[in-house]
Design a protein around this ligand. Structure first.
Ligand code: ATP
Length: 609
């Protein structure tokens, strides 16, 4: 790396922090800086005042003593007033700064319509470390920490100026010593952080996992049922002790730089204070001068390592840089952005995928490859195939959540997410919003009236659900809220389905259903499909399901294997062709139908013998 590039890279986090601070506070941040410098210089004024007072008492000189006292009192007053003012200002700006960081990250992540961008390992890493910083340090203390650092550095510089008045080399020696120790401490801390993220992360993985098993609800049943409590407690204690032993040993080895820095600092103080003491003894320094010098020497400590504020500010610089980098990386897609709000009614949408190839960011092999599929407007198509064949991926590409590497996806003649973005969908891992039932259904068709939501919930087979909830449509669907209520797996699925059906009632021209009935009982599923035709008339529907009894009702069935279409036709066509679909259907059907005759045949056998 060229020296200019190295300097630029070193300065980039500082520039990023300033950019974010400017966005959050504008000129007010400069005001905070100036006031913090003034607050930091107050102790220097107090040191000088002390010197004047002692000198005046010694002389004696009443006027100078008064001047000294006024200066001292003024310094104290300025400090008290500025402290109160700054405490208020930084609290306001801290909140504002945290909000701007949140906004920057949220806007960057939300404006990318492609989920793939959020799965890039670099982006995942940045988002995780931002979340960690927020959890541990909070974005919200950045301005406070900045004020603390600026104020203390001003105090240190004020002391340097005072010391220069005695001998130019004194502040220089102390400055070098303090920075040397700061460097040593930073190295030690970085070494410790490095250990924590390498050895620590590796060695604490198991204890963290065991702790999770002990306290998290999902494992609670099995832990009790299989009597794993003792094993868990011992395993956690042993593995955690072992991890800590490794980290402590590593940290102790890294202490050398701190010891060397401390020795250097002790030597510097010995030299400066020794010289001052000698000069005082020989009469070259007055008592007042000695007092001023000693206090200024103490003040230079503010140029060393400042601990918590300095560390937090360092992390805040990285966070600002990461947030701005996300803003750069997660640019809006080339295609038109998704239009928010209720889709305009306009009939069923045709779908066309031509030569689509798609590879997940974390994979090298494409999951979809050479996939062609054309669905006329209004047709109902079922997509089937084995586990991992690429069905859900096809749905996500179709909905515009992932951009294909090659080929085209068109919905109503436009790329997905374009102006005619009228898609209603329920995904396999649909979202359970910790919000009222009304929002959980209403998100499918923002702005829709109550009658649309009620009809959509009825279409999904959960028309009676609001009556069973404490606050009806206003019940928050989470047990964590007063008057909130969680739902069963099947009820949640019906709510998610209602959301998709609300979109249809609101004008969606394409309905995509990825395993919409996996959590429903057989009767609920049968009832749903009986109602389904009526609810989806005039809409193109794409259904992914492993339940072939439901699939066979579709106008057309498409079999996916290894990321491409391998069979395509009606149920009758595919059964007659005797291919994969026929084999899957026969296998599923046999598990129910022939059981009775087989038992009956076995029962008849002894009689024959
Ligand atoms: N986010 C992801 N990142 C990387 N690989 C993924 C991701 N999601 C799915 N895959 C992989 O892509 C392949 C196809 O997965 P997909 O979920 O599309 O299959 P599917 O046909 O829907 O399977 P199933 O019937 O089990 O739901 C699988 O090998 C899966 O491991």
């Amino acid at each position: 790396m060229r020296p200019a590039d190295a300097v630029r890279a070193r300065l980039a986090p500082r520039r990023a922090l300033l950019t974010m601070l400017w966005r959050a506070a504008g000129w007010r941040i400069l005001g905070v800086g100036v006031l913090a410098v003034a607050q930091g210089l107050a102790p220097t004024a107090a040191i000088l005042a002390t010197g004047i007072i002692i000198d005046a008492v010694h002389t004696p000189d009443g006027d100078r003593a008064v001047l000294g006292l006024v200066l001292f009192g003024g310094a104290l007053l300025v400090r008290v007033v500025l402290t109160a003012l700054l405490d208020y200002l930084v609290r306001v700006l801290d909140g504002r700064y945290g909000q701007v960081v949140h906004d920057t990250i949220a806007r960057a992540t939300l404006r990318t319509p492609h989920v793939a961008a959020l799965e890039e390992p670099a982006v995942v890493g940045e988002l995780a470390s931002l979340a960690e910083f927020e959890r541990v340090d909070g974005f919200v203390r950045t301005v406070s920490q900045l004020r603390e650092v600026v104020q203390r550095r001003a105090t240190g510089l004020g002391s340097v100026v005072v010391l220069v008045g005695f001998a130019w080399w004194m502040p220089l020696v102390l400055l070098v010593a303090w920075r040397g120790l700061a460097h040593g401490v930073r190295r030690w801390i970085d070494h410790g952080v490095g250990l924590k993220t390498t050895v620590g992360a590796r060695m604490t993985r198991r204890p963290r996992y065991l702790r999770g098993l002990a306290v998290d609800a999902p494992a609670a049943k099995e832990v009790r049922l299989f009597g794993l409590a003792g094993w868990l407690v011992d395993g956690y204690a042993d593995s955690y002790r072992e991890a800590l032993r490794h980290i402590w040993t590593g940290r102790a080895l890294g202490m050398r730089s701190v010891l060397a820095g401390s020795a250097g600092l002790a030597a510097a103080h010995l030299l400066v204070l020794g010289t001052a003491g000698w000069q005082a003894l020989t009469g070259a320094l007055s008592v007042a001068q000695l007092v001023v010098l000693v206090q200024a020497v103490l003040g230079t400590g503010a140029l060393g390592f400042l601990g918590e504020p300095e560390l937090t500010l360092g992390r805040a610089r990285q966070v600002a840089r990461q947030a701005l980098r996300l803003e750069q990386t997660l640019r809006p897609a080339r295609t038109a952005t998704r239009t928010a709000g209720r889709p305009a009614p306009g009939g069923a949408l045709p779908v066309r995928l031509t030569g689509v190839r798609f590879t997940y960011p974390t994979r090298t092999r494409p999951t979809l490859d050479g996939l062609d599929l054309e669905i006329p407007a209004g047709q109902s198509v079922a997509v089937v195939g084995g586990n991992g064949a690429g069905k859900s991926t096809l749905i996500k590409v179709l909905c515009g959540l992932y951009e294909p590497d090659l080929g085209r996806v068109e919905i109503g003649g436009h790329p997905p997410g374009g102006p005619d973005n009228r898609i209603g969908a329920i995904f396999q891992n649909f979202t359970r919003y910790e919000l009222p039932l009304r929002a959980n259904v209403g998100f499918g068709s923002p702005g829709a009236g109550q009658e649309v939501l009620t009809a959509a919930l009825a279409d999904a087979g959960a028309g009676d659900l609001p009556a069973t909830l404490r606050a009806g449509w206003d019940t928050v669907l989470s047990a964590g809220y007063p008057d909130g209520q969680d739902l069963s797996g099947g009820q949640w699925q019906k709510v998610a389905l209602a959301r998709a059906l609300a979109a249809v009632r609101g004008g969606a021209g394409l309905l995509v259903l990825d395993e919409p009935t996996a959590a429903l009982d057989v009767r609920a599923e049968a009832e749903l499909f009986d109602r389904f035709r009526a609810a989806t008339t005039g809409v193109t529907t794409i259904l992914v399901s492993h339940r072939l009894a439901s699939v066979c009702r579709a106008d057309r069935i498409v079999v996916i294997d290894d990321g491409r279409v391998v069979e395509d036709g009606t149920h009758e066509d595919l059964m007659a062709a005797g291919g994969r679909y026929a084999a899957m259907f026969t296998l599923q059907a046999e598990r129910f139908v022939p059981a009775a005759p087989r038992v009956a045949a076995r029962e008849r056998e002894p009689a024959r013998g």
